[in-house]
Design a protein around this ligand. Structure first.
Ligand code: ZN
Length: 216
């Protein structure tokens, strides 16, 4: 694909966790640097997976300076007028303001490359990523390998204490034994809404019955 030197556009690198989105973002940013483009990278302040929030670090150990932001609108104030390429990682954690920021940059002939997981653990669109995919010129959906069956993985399996997380669990979990796996559509498990509650209700009823029966 050939792009003119002044083409403003939005590129989305999306897909499941562990599919190499940050590596692909880093690869594109490095190539832009080799082409002597002026590059700035931002990322959500929530991403502290591999290091301090001022670095963008990928699974393969690559890294580059990144500016942590809390909201999409901050980009307009932080971007330098001479910047040619803007990269944004973990974009799913940002608000809808990031869509406006990407449009604003692309309309000013900036090449915008955003990376983020497109679905949350329930399999629903995650934050602004769906809208970004709609307005983008180029979209790449990367796949990982399903840990259950070895097929192409497209879903994020969330586990809390080793069990599939119920749909009512908060989207962004703080603390606790939470893990994620890449899985395919068939192996992806989200307990039906209410099932968890029903199980708790039954457990509660049994306990109440057992307590009462002691006094009989
Ligand atoms: Zn599978």
């Amino acid at each position: 694909m050939s792009h003119g030197a002044h083409d403003g556009r939005v590129e989305v690198i999306s897909g499941v966790m562990f599919s190499g989105k940050s590596e692909e973002l880093l690869r594109r940013v490095r190539r832009a640097t080799i082409a002597r483009k002026r590059v700035q990278v931002f990322k959500s302040h929530l991403d502290r997976r591999f290091g301090p929030p001022t670095r963008l670090v990928s699974h393969d150990g690559g890294e580059i300076d990144a500016v942590p932001i809390r909201a999409g609108r901050e980009i307009r104030h932080l971007v330098n007028p001479e910047t040619d390429v803007v990269g944004i990682d973990e974009v799913q954690f940002l608000d809808d303001g990031v869509v406006d920021a990407c449009q604003w940059l692309a309309n000013r002939r900036v090449r915008v490359i955003v990376a983020g997981t497109d679905m949350d653990f329930r399999g629903d669109p995650f934050g602004p990523v769906g809208e970004l995919m709609a307005i983008a010129e180029v979209v790449d959906k990367l796949q990982a390998i399903c840990v259950q069956c070895g097929g192409p993985a497209t879903r994020n399996q969330r586990l809390i204490d080793g069990e599939p997380a119920p749909p009512e669990a908060p989207l962004i979990h703080v603390g606790g034994a939470e893990t994620y796996e890449a899985r395919c559509r068939r192996c992806h498990e989200v307990p039906r809404p209410g099932r968890h509650q029903t199980e708790l209700d039954i457990a509660g009823a049994v306990e109440a019955w057992a307590t009462r029966s002691r006094f009989w």
